[in-house]
Design a protein around this ligand. Sequence first.
Ligand code: TNX
Length: 520
Amino acid sequence: MQALTRQLGDVIPLPVSVRPDPAANFRISTDLSESAGGQTDLSVSAPAEAADIAEQLAELLRQATGRPVSRTSGEDAGEGGSSFRILLDGYDKNAYDKNAYDNNAYDKNGKPAEAYGIEINPESVTLRAGSNQGLFAALQTLRQLLPEEPAAEIVLPGGRIEDEPRFAYRGTMLDLARHFFGPVEIRSFIDAIAQLKINYLHLHLTDDQGWRLEIPGRPKLTEIGGGPGTGVDGTGPGFLTIQEYADLVTYAAARYITIVPEIDMPGHVNVVQVAYPELTADGQPVPPRTDAEVGYSSLVAGKEETYAFVEEVIRTVSELTPGPYLHIGGDEAFSTPPEDYREFLRRVLPMAGKYGKRAIGWHEIAAVDLPPTAIPQYWRIEPADDGVARAAAAGHQVIMSPADRSYLDMKYDKDSPLGLDWAGVVGVERSYDWDPADRLPGVGEESLLGVEAPLWSETLRSLADVQFMAFPRLAAIAEIGWTPRADRKWRSFRDRLGALGPRWTAQGINFYRSPEIDWR
Ligand code: TNX
């Protein structure tokens, strides 16, 4: 019998506080035979409000141990000889329900909703948090302390972890427009990113080459924009029905991930103008395009039809999206004259607020006067940006996604079979060894809502391709978003990442075995 022991801090993202107590290891014998004797049954106790988390924990333990796991709940939760305990402490159901789709919530103790503690001693393992969000985060930590395959004996390392995120927003993005990925693929991606405590999934739903979300009042958007021959090189057709989108929002929310839908405008709209020629400047149809050029299409700022269209889309998407954010694009509007760009955003940005959302836009939107709640997302490679600095000085929160560090579609090195290289090649160390708080002058820690790693899909064709580009680099961005800056060290990350490889392999994730990492 071999005991598989993880070190208590062998987790990505690295927790804030790790205090190992090697004398306090918790042992699980997975031998069910009579002769093994004396092995206590595995049980999970939890208050009724944490029943979902308790079931997830029980399932995790069943898979890791092959043993049956019983559950107790209600009054006796947390008492007696239960081996795994879940405690909600400072839980406020009203605040939680209100914030179920908003990870910026704080619990009664003033802790971020995602804060949690884990205590492991010879008698029991306790997960404690002020909300289910925190318990879910604790569960992701515990998962990495368990072996990735069922083992004869499992030893959980004794001690305590206390943990909470650095930033409220830790995101990634899938580009469904350049190549469509369906509900099964998106769910698989959600399962993988949740384990890294990523809590926002931005869906780039529209672009020149495709429109991927059904809008009932404008059926041609998806009949044409989601039909055969759409996507880059015409190889990525498909779209999400209203029901599929709603189901994805629910699936993500069950993993404490909030969907951020993006409708890109006023540029990146060729397919809109194919479907609805009345939205072009002269009302004449335009041909569909499947090349990867950018910046040639634009909605028309001077036409009222434009705003009727945009409002209908924003209303529909807002109604379908319980999360607080709506991304309105705004990037690379090279064929929109600056005064038209300003006029367009002056009309469109308030529509997000009208339908109850905070607008996010690529940082080009910072060139205009923004509504107070609007959030620029920095995506370029330049070392400074006046517009974003001005927005930060005016109190706007900013999301950091510099392409030369966080773009998951950049090649790892010059030989990468997939990806682009306009922002350079981005190896794993490069994606880890930077900090969002000193990326742009005038945009410090207090201005940051968080960090996001976008994955554009011009060169991608399958879920395996998505996984190859996202992993391992998304683990680097996840740690940047969660772990205190002073605690992050490349060598430590590199070692912990090496240990994560077998887990990804066991889960069938096609990660890139970067030569920078000593994969176990
Ligand atoms: C720039 S990033 C774009 C996208 C491309 C991406 C490819 C941004 C806001 N716009 O249209 O897909 O580069 O890396």
